[in-house]
Design a protein around this ligand. Structure first.
Ligand code: PM9
Length: 486
């Protein structure tokens, strides 16, 4: 049997552990109420298994921790910056790098550098922080992802692809001069962690080249995207993820990066570019908003951990196990007929709340309600990715429409075991059995921007107090025998 045919196992063993504990149902009820039924407002100590996000939640390796001790905290010209720059150039191919405190720091710089008021930025589905920065710079986001991405049941292998026809129509409609760049996100988050194909990117490159439009990669999960290309795209299986990643980047003009995902660190990001002039401008801006251009928003030790994270995260073994764990959970749920987004994504399994809770209308936030049920049931924290995340149109006052109403079970890298995945699957299945007792929510406080982070909700009726799923009582099979003996 070849290695590829064997089960995957984590390519590491565990050296340090962090205890987690299950709280009582009474405590969870109280905690959820105190958090206004928003999983972002829960305290971490009240969580049993935390699947809120894969952002900044990875476990670092001994090699990374050793690197933390090698931090050169000089204000200017830290050796860790040069190491990070070298690793980014080696694996991503971009020669100019500006470190930032996290991904949105890079999004901010990029938007301020390239977008003028009245511009239009096409992208393969919106991402919350990306879109806000585009709007703050005076731009408007336009979705040009393929239609299948909006359908949770479509089995298209590359649901992150750009619809080249839609993009062409947009260019003819608004004119290339109003399109500073196309924002190409890897493993599209709001679509369910769905990759784009190399073939699609090559077509995009050709079209953009014709009109002089830049392509900016959101490389946050580009390594995971490379893994899907290796597995699914004809002719790619013999290549390493490192080779594929390099080719992806070679077809783009720059990237923004949240290192908190692919790169196995708890903090940090960067903007990377090919154009020296734009880089010069970025250096002028970063000193205003983040820090000197050789540390941006990061300490020396954090840059070292990220440089080392790049080397570890691009290994095929790592990506196979990381995505293998997500697929394991997703397959368990599919086997139990739980409605999830298919194909199973790279960093998370997404529950389709529209089908899971088909009795709750979308304006009563079924996905948000389901995050509450999963928490109440077994202390599992998840994130809404539906109508609440989509936000409100400030001109019309209406919610931005969202065809997808999802709950994201996001798997941190190198943190949980297969046994944790089993518990998560059992909890989800238990909530599915009890779904009719879940009702909707009403929003009682709504921030203007990125409302999902801090919005408050109230249950409609008092379903959260009475919600309970059925558990089989686990008994030691020898108890009965022992009772007959004693
Ligand atoms: N993503 C996530 O949980 C963090 C908070 S939710 C807004 O998925 C992409 C594709 C992301 C992303 C963050 C950022 C911003 C940019 N692009 O969180 O600022 O998924 O490091 O990155 C989150 P930062």
């Amino acid at each position: 049997m070849s290695r590829e045919q064997r089960s995957w196992a984590e390519p590491y063993k565990i050296k340090v552990v962090e205890p987690i504990r299950m709280t009582t149902r009474e405590r969870r009820n109280k905690a959820l109420e105190e958090a206004h039924f928003n999983s972002f407002l829960l305290r971490s100590e009240d969580i049993y298994i935390d699947l809120l996000t894969d952002s900044g939640t990875s476990a670092m390796s001994d090699y990374q921790w050793a690197g933390m001790m090698m931090g050169d905290e000089a204000y200017a010209g830290s050796k860790n910056f040069y190491n990070l720059q070298d690793k980014i150039e080696k694996y991503y191919g971009y020669p100019y790098v500006v470190p930032t405190h996290q991904g949105r720091g890079a999004e901010h710089l990029l938007a301020q550098l390239l977008i003028k008021p009245g511009d239009v930025i096409p992208g393969n589905m919106y991402f919350t922080t990306t879109k806000v920065h585009q709007e703050l710079a005076g731009g408007t986001f336009v979705d040009v992802i393929i239609e299948q991405a909006h359908d949770p049941t479509s089995l298209h292998p590359f649901k992150g692809n750009i619809d080249i026809g839609k993009l062409k129509d947009l260019i003819y409609k608004v004119g290339a001069a109003r399109i500073p760049y196309v924002n190409l996100q890897a493993c599209v988050n709001m679509a369910g962690g769905q990759p784009f194909s190399l073939a699609n990117l090559k077509e995009l490159r050709q079209l953009c080249g014709q009109f002089g439009i830049k392509i900016i990669l959101d490389a946050t999960r580009a390594m995971e995207n490379a893994w899907f290309i290796k597995r699914r795209e004809p002719g790619q299986s013999k290549r390493s993820c490192a080779e594929i990643l390099y080719e992806i980047c070679s077809l783009t003009d720059g990237c923004i990066m949240s290192g908190k995902k692919d790169l196995l660190v708890n903090m940090g990001g960067f903007l990377a570019l090919r154009d020296e002039k734009i880089y010069g401008k970025a250096c002028e801006l970063v000193v205003i908003y983040e820090g000197l251009h050789t540390y941006g928003g990061m300490s020396g030790r954090d840059m070292e951990a990220m440089a080392r994270g790049i080397e570890e995260a691009i290994q095929d073994d790592h990506l196979r196990a990381r995505i293998g764990q997500v697929q394991y959970l997703g397959q368990k749920l599919l086997d139990a007929n739980i409605p999830i987004v298919e194909p199973i994504g790279g960093h998370a399994v997404y529950l389709d709340a529209n089908r899971f809770l088909s009795h709750i209308p979308q304006n009563e936030f079924p996905a948000q309600a389901l995050t509450c049920a999963l928490y109440l049931d077994f202390g599992i924290r998840t994130m809404e990715r539906g109508l609440v995340s989509a936000g409100r149109n400030s001109k019309t006052g209406q919610h931005h429409p969202s065809q997808l109403e999802l709950v994201r079970l996001t798997i941190p890298r190198r943190v949980y075991t297969q046994a944790h995945m089993d518990v998560v699957a059992e909890t989800t299945i238990a909530c599915h059995h009890a779904r009719k007792s879940i009702a909707g929510l009403r929003m009682t406080y709504e921030p203007d921007k990125l409302r999902f982070f801090q919005a408050h909700f109230q249950p409609i009726g008092s379903w959260t107090n009475s919600f309970s799923s059925e558990y089989p009582i686990l008994q030691d099979p020898l108890l009965e025998l022992a009772n007959t003996i004693f």
